[in-house]
Structures are given as C-alpha cells and as structure tokens.
Unconditional design. Structure first.
Length: 249
C-alpha cells in the first residue's frame, strides 16, 4: 500500500476558539500577510481539502493566488494549483460552486456509497466522485485512496470544524498550523475549531510546539503532531532540485 499523504492542518480561530461567527457573512480571522503565508503553504501541497459545509458556506476557490508561486509549480511539472478535495455525507453540493467552476486541476468528492450515483449525475464531469463506506467517510480510508489512486503525496486540510475534528481525533495530522486572531466571538451558535473527540494529545501526551511567529496582529502556532514532521519541506526541496536539473542542458 502507498504511504499515506503528508497532512498539514491549517486553521485560524478567535481567542475563545471559534472558527467563524454564527452570522451568514464570513468573519475574517486572519490578515493579508497571513493569507499570503497560507497561499505559500498551499503551493507546497498536492491537494487542498475542505468539508462540504465549508464549500456551501464560504464558496472557496481553493487556488494558489500568487502568480510567481503558480509559475514555480508549473516549472516543477505540476498544475498551477493543487487538486481540490471535499467530503460530504448528505451529497448536498451545488455544481455551480466555485470549488467546481474555478481552476483547471482535479476536483475529488468523497461520499458514502449510496450517494455516489446521485452526485455523479448532479456534478457530471466537474468532479470525480468516490464512494467510501456505508454511512460516513473515514478520513483514513480517504487518505489511502488519495495516495493509491490520485497520486497525492501531501494534503492541506483547511476546515471546517467537523473535518478538523475527524483528522485530529484519528491521529492523521503531521503538522498543525493554528493562527490566533486578536478578538473574541462569544456566540453560542458559532462554529468551534473542533468538537468533542478522543484526541491523542492530552495533558499526559502534549503536542510539540515547533515554531511560533507573530504576523501583524495574529500569531501562528506550528505544532509537530507526528514523527514525519518536516517531510513536506524535504519533498519540496527535492522537487526544486529536479526542476533545476531538468533545465540544465
């Protein structure tokens, strides 16, 4: 079996642990400088993943924005932006969402087996629909499929809370990028970063803080959550050397 993809989990939260407001409009947790950092991290990965609720609520494009980063990806033999991945239990995804209509890369939708036929009919050639499981998609099985059948060696997971909880609770994350915004939300109905789960990091097994960085008015905490931490940088360095070598006559 192929080695599962390297997983970077990236999210921004308020001081009191919320991902967003309960209001319909999106609450910006980050700032321009941190969004540019996120764009740089995206450019390092083979695929980007969000849950279906994030596709519905935020309508994200999930593309690399910076032209120089897109050019570097092309020079290394990759597409301008990573493949897009989402997961849905209900099958409630609109084919005109930006997830499906922007960018040129693959779009992969994971769902339970009984949702496959309807989703394929609804989405047509805008996405590859993959059925896993009877009631819900397990993230370990999703990673196995990405590695074995989609050529994905690295995955950046950007939310929402349900997906973050599933990855963290199953101990499938190699590194966590957690950005703290300088305000509180304080709304009972607002989405939290994670829900209840049996997380592997406890008071007796603390996560290792690998780096901290102030970025304007937010703070980035970078945690090493597996013994594979740092492998993504090694892969990127290797890809860069291969690109340079290919240009030498």
């Amino acid at each position: 079996m192929s080695e599962r993809p390297y997983v970077t989990l990236s999210c921004a939260m308020s001081i009191d642990g919320y991902l967003d407001s309960a209001e319909p409009h999106r609450l910006a947790m980050s700032n321009a400088a941190d969004l540019d950092r996120v764009d740089d991290v995206r450019a390092l990965h083979d695929a980007i993943m969000v849950g279906a609720s994030t596709v519905r609520r935020d309508n994200p494009r999930l593309l690399v924005r910076d032209a120089a980063r897109r050019a570097r990806r092309l020079a290394s033999g990759r597409r301008e932006s990573p493949a897009k991945v989402t997961v849905t239990a209900s099958g409630d995804l609109a084919p005109d969402a930006a997830f499906f209509t922007t960018g040129e890369g693959p779009r992969i939708v994971y769902c339970p087996q009984d949702r496959v036929a309807e989703l394929r009919r609804r989405l047509g050639d805008r996405a590859t629909v993959v059925g896993i499981g009877d009631d819900c998609v397990m993230m370990a099985a999703l990673l196995d499929d990405l590695a074995a059948h989609r050529g994905v060696r690295s995955l950046m997971v950007e939310g929402g809370g349900t997906v973050l909880t599933q990855f963290l609770g199953a101990d499938l994350v190699d590194e966590l990028h957690l950005v703290i915004a300088p305000f509180f939300v304080g709304e009972a109905r607002a989405p939290r970063v994670v829900g209840p789960a049996a997380f592997p990091w406890t008071a007796s097994r603390r996560a290792r803080l690998a780096d901290t960085c102030q970025i304007g008015d937010v703070v980035l905490l970078r945690y090493a959550l597996s013994d594979r931490f740092g492998m993504l940088e090694d892969q990127s360095t290797e890809a860069g050397r291969e690109s340079v070598a290919a240009e030498i006559p």
